[in-house]
Design a protein around this ligand. Sequence first.
Ligand SMILES: [Zn+2]
Length: 85
Amino acid sequence: MEALSAKGVRIEEDIASTSGAEPSCSFCGKTQADVLQLIASAGPFICNECVQLCVGIIGTQNPAWLDQHRQFLGTLPLKPRDGDE
Ligand SMILES: [Zn+2]
């Protein structure tokens, strides 16, 4: 048993107590019901509103990055909306 805990193996009680909680943004705390989209990583979550805020902060402080970001957005396979063009 001592060998297992030394390797960081979690006991089942710990996993159960954290997995029952509703996922929420690790930055603002909003849940999936509060936002358009919640993106999960291996641990933390981030919502679309915080992503947009981060883009604004990074882009304001790094105009060259904002140009790269615009180019990246242009590569996304977006569906055309009705009424465009
Ligand atoms: Zn958020």
